[in-house]
Design a protein around this ligand. Structure first.
Ligand SMILES: *[C@@H]1O[C@H](CO)[C@@H](O)[C@H](O)[C@H]1NC(C)=O
Ligand SMILES: *[C@@H]1O[C@H](CO)[C@@H](O)[C@H](O)[C@H]1NC(C)=O
Ligand SMILES: *[C@@H]1O[C@H](CO)[C@@H](O)[C@H](O)[C@H]1NC(C)=O
Length: 221
């Protein structure tokens, strides 16, 4: 008897419940699709932008490649005269021969100025310069710079050491070249920056000769 009550009470209600549930679910699904659409558009825009940027970089690289640093070499140090005189004074006439090599196919280099200073035992006794010039693509240019020092006063101890080094024909000098450089790509020219080359050289005076050299290139701030 009591068993008959259960089926009649349980059966009528479940149907609408499932209906509303399903209805709600489909409505929510539409909203989520809209959100997804917005993000998808944003995503594809971003991807396109990144792709375009990548292509631009690739094209620039393909056009300019390979990008090389210019090379410099101190080919010759011609010591025409070099002597220590009365009162620890130094007289010198030296001609430097420097070769600049720009190996780039699309990059030109403008040298606004190149200044050289030469020192012995920490004392700068001579300055010389190389006038401004433009170096085109894949160009090798050699330039000369002449230094004259007249009665430069050395420290007495340095003068004594130098006199004996001149005797043994082995004089250590320090040469510093500072170049103001700009880079030209197509019609665009960069702003100027400084490049520094420091060289330790050993020269002979009589006979005049370049015995050894060791140079380092660096970017100066
Ligand atoms: C390099 O450039 C200099 C100066 O512009 C020029 O006189 C020389 O002919 C060029 N050399 C080469 C190999 O192109
Ligand atoms: C520098 O030295 C090289 C090789 O010895 C020579 O061919 C060139 O003419 C020299 N340059 C200058 C400007 O003296
Ligand atoms: C350096 O001195 C020599 C001779 O003493 C002279 O011929 C030359 O013109 C001078 N050079 C410079 C750059 O003053």
């Amino acid at each position: 008897m009591a068993g008959q009550v259960y089926p009649s009470a349980g059966s009528p209600l479940p149907l609408p419940a499932t209906y509303t549930k399903r209805h709600h679910r489909s409505h929510r699904g539409g909203l989520a699709g809209c959100c997804c659409c917005f993000f998808a558009t944003l995503c594809s825009l971003l991807v396109t932008l990144i792709l375009l940027l990548g292509i631009a970089v690739l094209v620039l690289w393909l056009v300019l490649r390979p990008i090389h640093l210019p090379k410099y070499s101190l080919d010759n140090v011609d010591v025409r005269s070099f002597s220590v005189g009365q009162g620890s004074t130094l007289n010198a006439n030296i001609v430097y021969n420097i070769t600049a090599n720009n190996p780039n196919r699309k990059i030109g280099i403008k040298y606004d100025a190149i200044n050289l200073e030469t020192s012995y035992d920490g004392q700068v006794f001579g300055h010389s310069a190389i006038p401004a010039f433009y170096q085109g693509h894949q160009n090798i240019t050699s330039v000369a710079s002449e230094l004259n020092a007249t009665n430069f006063p050395l420290r007495a101890s340095s003068a004594t050491a130098l006199a004996s080094q001149i005797q043994s024909n082995s004089v250590p000098l320090f040469v510093r070249a500072d170049a103001k450089v700009r880079v030209k790509i197509g019609s665009q020219t960069s702003s100027a920056f400084w490049v520094r080359v420091d060289c330790d050289v050993v020269v002979g005076v009589n006979p005049a000769q370049l015995i050894s050299k060791s140079c380092r290139l660096k970017r100066r701030s």
